[in-house]
Design a protein. Sequence first.
Length: 564
Amino acid sequence: MKGIFRYFFRYKKITFFILFQILFIQLFQLLKPWPVKFAFDYLIEKKNLPFSAVGHLPFDIQLFILCASFVLIYFLLGAFVLLNNISKIYFGNAILTDFRMDIYRKLQKIQISYFNKKSSGDIIYRTINDTQSIQVIATKIIFPLISSIILLFGIFVVIFQINQKLLFVFFLTIPVLFLSISFLNNAIFKVSNKLREKESKLLSTVEYFLNNMSIVRIFNMEDSEHKKFQTSSSDALSLNLQLNIFETIHAWVVNVLIALGTAVILWFGVKQVLSNDLTIGDLIIFISYLESLYGPINSISQSISLYYESRAGIKRVLSLLNENELIVDGHECIKDNIINCIEFKNVNFLYESNNLLIKDANFKIFRSDKVALVGKSGSGKTTIASLLVRFNEPTMGDILINDKDIKEFKLSSLRDSICLVGQRPILFNGTILENIKYSNFDKSNCDIDEILKIVCLDDFVKNLPDGIHTHVGERGYMLSEGQRQRISLARALLTNAGVFIFDEATSAIDINTQKDLFENIMNRFHDKTIIYTTHRPENLRYSDYLLVIQEGRIFKTDKSNFKI
Ligand SMILES: Nc1ncnc2c1ncn2[C@@H]1O[C@H](COP(=O)(O)OP(=O)(O)OP(=O)(O)O)[C@@H](O)[C@H]1O
């Protein structure tokens, strides 16, 4: 929990402002029944009010002042509550935003392999839902708890001053009220937690169907998916019903308990009034305070349940924040994105709990080399590519860029200089142009038309009704896989990187187009270093030499000596 208090300290001023408002709100809460008390104990008894400033004024003026102060108390109370709510909403949202931003920044720094181990749903849930616990802790636990303690304390002080004999009734009422409310609150929390689980299950059922629609249809699983949805829906419905019943019972029990407490106060109070130990006005204050006991007691009981619930959420978020599979940023820049030499020095790599995948890799790649990285499926080609852009770190050994440890370079500079195009093209829901321009277009030496020609997309784009402004749909699904791959390539080639890595980036493109594409790229970018992985023998010819991965070992060989 300590980890979250620093977020509170960031907003010290507003925290004190809220505490100041709470103090005034509780003061006005305590003052609420007092004008009525003075009306009964003084004016109705034809006595002057016991305040020197107003006690000598005519009766009507005194009555008017009493009525006006009654209205004024409610007016000021409302104004402070309004101010307090606005401040709390601002405060809660500000710390929530900070908390989420820290998580998001952290996510951007964690090694990519971490995300392969975790479900993305879990990470999204932690980032969006679990983080809300900090807002709950601030606005629904800490501040209400402070308000309730102040109010309870104030009530005790006032009652103690008026009549100590009746204080025992309060002592009796509070534990009974607290235990009953806590019992019911617990039941409500349990049901509402279950309801939330069911609702999130409902959401994942729909999400699963949307993401896997074709598989569901191919294997005729519609009925089974529909059943899953139906079960979660009816579970959610019955839990909703239970929740409403519990909430109604809660209100009912609280009202009855307060009525019981009031009855006891009336019993003893009336007797004391008759024996002149208590005034009618004091009795009114007692009854009014008894009613206002419900608010703080309910709030304390809710705070306890909420605390346990939020603690679980906060723990989950903090475990993400404390994740140490971090990629630490360096300080150096790669001048003009020029990489003269990439060197692997005794590099070993293994994914957590797997066998050593890369064993003692030693090789150098020089500026403008064209390198084919080959090896059978699962041999570690993509892994080598991911090490070069620091998506993952070597388990042992060093990667040197221009004779310096890769870790010394700023990640942004490294990734400006080495551009990776992965196996699966990733497009956004936008136009072809927007997708291509996602890269650092302003720094490019090429223009869009030239790049479209290089990746053999010019004719295709020209024939589209909206040309380059055609929308590609969600994840680019309105295009073929080969077209998506070529847009991904165009996006990369528009950068001013010194090294391009194409990880089977043309695997879905037909052989003839692929040939033109490779030739175009090798001609236009002859001065750049190009590393590409491939399973197609005909692609080897574009390389100067091969890097072959075999059983974890990497060796350099001439393309004529190698057969895929
Ligand atoms: N995040 C991960 N966690 C654990 N193991 C992984 C992870 N990513 C890849 N692997 C394993 O590492 C090995 C190498 O994977 P990699 O993707 O580098 O192979 P590849 O040579 O590129 O294969 P392909 O030619 O099929 O694309 C595989 O056995 C794979 O199962």
